[in-house]
Every structure is written in structure tokens, then in C-alpha cells.
Design a protein around this ligand. Structure first.
Ligand SMILES: C[S@@+](CC[C@H](N)C(=O)[O-])C[C@H]1O[C@@H](n2cnc3c(N)ncnc32)[C@H](O)[C@@H]1O
Length: 245
């Protein structure tokens, strides 16, 4: 059974996820950096460096699709590669509104465009983007394989896909410290600041249920990505997955 934010509601995971991110959007960036101690910024930077290194031909991608862009942090990080265009898509209007303000402030609205869109039904032609990226998004998909398959469809041959997602540390004592933090501290602080009673309980539950490491690579390859690899970061709390087409 899939993990949903609001267990007492019976609408789809997609609708519940959109509602939850709409609710927490004003506090999302603040809580992200607070609860991760700012390390999420480093994870996204590492992923963009890896995208640059892994992209074939030694030329950085010119067109980038940022799936589940939220408030746009990964799209903004991708500006480091000087692409011609970055399109971010998300199902939460609340998150997109915060993202658009940030991009406007940076004066980058000519390069980054944020649009409403669902990863399972992407409104783009086949083989369109040089690179497709997603940070902390895939765990929230209603159907992981369908979402990854559509990402593969819109990426051109020779393109690169980079996925950043939470994973589960396995070694003592990191596993124990992480479990305690994720189970007790994070939901309490998250609830206090965001005022959404479920969002920060859903976070550890969805990470727990998510296929990480080789399990993720199996589904990544089923979606059509090739030459895949997993790069664990920070004792395995987070992993970067790279795939090609
Ligand atoms: C944890 S946030 C990550 C946002 C951003 N990528 C970041 O790194 O901060 C997850 C985002 O995924 C979006 N999302 C979940 N399912 C989606 C789907 N099927 N299609 C597009 N966006 C989705 C949510 O609305 C939310 O904004």
C-alpha cells in the first residue's frame, strides 16, 4: 500500500501530495534548510556537478527539465551550467508561486520557467530535453515507474538524468541516530513551524517505504535508463542516481 500524507482522506496520493505541499509552501524553504542543517544545498550542488561530469561529449546540457521543481531550488542550482532554458514542473501551485517569486528576484525568469505539470503526463514531445533532473520528488510520485518512464520519454538520446532522493543509512551508529532524528525530532519541529500535522510524519514514512540504492536502480532501468549508477552521500542519508538514454 502506498504511503499518503493524510491517512483519514480517501483521495489519490497525487491530490494529497499537492494539497500538502500547497499547505507547507510558505515555510518549505525555511524548514528544508533548518531540518537538514543546510546540507540539502550541498546535495543539490553535488548533483549538478555530477550532471556536468556525466553528460556525454563534455558539453553541458542546454535544455534542462526539472521535475517536481517545488520552489525551484534545483532549477536555480542548475543555472551554474549556463543552460539556454530550464523548465520546472510541479503539481503544487503554492510551491510554484514561491518559486516564481525567487526566480523573479534573481532576474532569471528569461531562463527558468515554472509550469504546472504532472511527472506522469509530461506536456512535452519525445526526446526533447538534454537533461532531466529531480530532487526530493520521485518519492512522492503516485506511480514511480510511470513517472520515471515519462521522464525517460522526454529526454533525448545521449541525454542525462539525475535524481536526488533520501535513502536509508545502513551502518551503525548513523542508522540509529538518523532513525531517532527522523522519527521524533523532525516531525515535532516540522509540525510546529509548518502547522501541517501530517507533512513531517509523511516525510520519514515515505522515505522508509521508498526503494533506495539498487532497488531504485532496478526501477530506473525498467523505465528505460541505461548505464545507471548510485552515489550515496552523507553516510547514505541521501543518494544521487544517474542514468542515460
Ligand atoms: C520535497 S519537494 C522538492 C522540491 C524541490 N525539487 C527541492 O529540491 O526542494 C517535492 C515536490 O514534488 C512535487 N510533486 C510530487 N508529485 C509530483 C508529480 N507527480 N508531478 C510533479 N510534481 C510532483 C510536490 O508538489 C513538491 O513540490
Amino acid at each position: 500500500m502506498s504511503v499518503v500524507p493524510y491517512k483519514d482522506k480517501d483521495n489519490s496520493k497525487r491530490d494529497q501530495v499537492a494539497e500538502m505541499f500547497d499547505n507547507i509552501s510558505p515555510k518549505y524553504d525555511f524548514l528544508n534548510h533548518l531540518l537538514s542543517g543546510g546540507i540539502d544545498i550541498y546535495w543539490r550542488k553535488r548533483a549538478i556537478k555530477l550532471l556536468n561530469k556525466s553528460h556525454p561529449g563534455g558539453v553541458p546540457p542546454k535544455t534542462i527539465l526539472d521535475i517536481a521543481t517545488g520552489t525551484g531550488d534545483f532549477a536555480i542550482e542548475a543555472l551554474a551550467l549556463h543552460p539556454e532554458k530550464i523548465i520546472g514542473v510541479d503539481i503544487s501551485e503554492g510551491m510554484l508561486a514561491v518559486g516564481r517569486q525567487k526566480i523573479q528576484k534573481l532576474g532569471k525568469q528569461g531562463i527558468i520557467e515554472l509550469r504546472t505539470g504532472d511527472s506522469e503526463h509530461l506536456p512535452f514531445a519525445d526526446n526533447y530535453f538534454d537533461a532531466v533532473i529531480v530532487s526530493f520528488g520521485v518519492r512522492n510520485f503516485e506511480n514511480l515507474l510511470a513517472g520515471l518512464t515519462d521522464m525517460q520519454r522526454v529526454m533525448r538520446r545521449g541525454g542525462t538524468c539525475v535524481v536526488v532522493e533520501f535513502s536509508k543509512p545502513k551502518a551503525f551508529p548513523f542508522k540509529q541516530v538518523y532513525n531517532f532524528y527522523f522519527k521524533y525530532i523532525l516531525p515535532t519541529v516540522g509540525k510546529m513551524v509548518s502547522r501541517d500535522s501530517s507533512a513531517y510524519t509523511y516525510l520519514p514514512e515515505s522515505v522508509q517505504a521508498f526503494p533506495d540504492g539498487n532497488d531504485f536502480l532496478t526501477i530506473f532501468e525498467q523505465a528505460g535508463f541505461t548505464k545507471t549508477q548510485c552515489i550515496p552521500l552523507t553516510f547514505g542519508i541521501c543518494s544521487i542516481y544517474v542514468g542515460h538514454k
